[in-house]
Ligand binder design. Structure first.
Ligand SMILES: [Zn+2]
Length: 257
């Protein structure tokens, strides 16, 4: 087995493991429960889940999506999230090679998926994702760019925070109700640490565009809270992948006018 296979195996293992952990996060964080205790158990019969029934994707398949003890169906969300995060970590390695950029993309993507799930489900973005992600993002910025990298990350975080905070204040003033949740503001500080201030602008632009196209028609008919974090998550992911290319194209475009 070559180094490449070992590397991809490692990325897959890490991705599946973090996917499994993300399942615990999206289940417990919105309820303010500890991530460590108690150990996972079946919500119906209460039996503790044995380690060999807790292996990402495989266990769900072997158990045919049912609890070993009481036969209650286990949501396919569990293996699906594990597969998604596993694919994300392998995909990042494929796209960027064994680099800090790959690690950065995999970490950011994992956090964004967690945010999208909790925001869509509970209209809630846990601090663990935003503040925890902010620390990770700044750490990666420092590791990949040294002092200037850290400054870039800090600037991005400040830009994300201030931009969304301002939108929230102005929105409240115009609509007389909360337009921007505190979770969205903290989320964009986190995104800024990973993507820099230009990335913040592109993320908010894409998120607002997507939110308008997808959600406004629904909202106009039946007034509902908008999980803006979902759209920001998609915008941030798109910016990470294509942001530099789009920015370069835009600069070229401006020069051409
Ligand atoms: Zn059970």
């Amino acid at each position: 087995m070559g180094d490449g296979a070992l590397l991809f195996g490692g990325a897959l293992f890490l991705g599946l493991s973090f996917g499994s952990f993300l399942n615990v996060c999206v289940l417990r964080l919105p309820r303010d429960q500890s991530l460590l205790r108690p150990p996972s158990s079946c919500p119906v019969c209460g039996e503790r889940i044995r380690w060999y029934d807790n292996i990402p994707v495989l266990s769900w398949l072997l158990l045919r999506g049912r609890c070993r003890d009481c036969g209650t169906a286990i949501s396919p969300q569990y293996p699906l999230v594990e597969l998604l995060v596993g694919g994300l970590w392998v995909g990042a390695l494929l796209a960027y090679g064994p680099s800090l950029r790959a690690l950065s993309g995999a970490v950011l993507g994992t956090i964004l998926l967690g945010i999208a799930i909790t925001d869509a489900r509970h209209y809630l973005i846990p601090d663990e994702f935003t503040w925890g992600g902010l620390v990770l993002g700044l750490g990666l910025a420092l590791a990949s760019g040294g002092g200037p990298g850290l400054v870039q990350g800090l600037l991005g975080a400040a830009a994300g925070f201030l931009l969304l905070y301002t939108v929230g204040v102005v929105g409240q003033w115009i609509f007389k109700e909360e337009a921007m949740g505190g979770g969205d503001v903290k989320m964009m500080a986190m995104v800024g640490a990973f993507l820099g201030w230009q990335g913040v602008l592109m993320t908010v632009f894409l998120g607002a565009l997507l939110g308008t196209v997808v959600f406004v028609p629904l909202t106009l008919r039946r007034k509902r809270h908008v999980p803006f974090g979902v759209f920001l998550a998609v915008g941030a992911a798109a910016t990470f992948v294509a942001g530099d290319a789009v920015l370069a194209w835009y600069m070229e475009f401006l020069r051409g006018i």
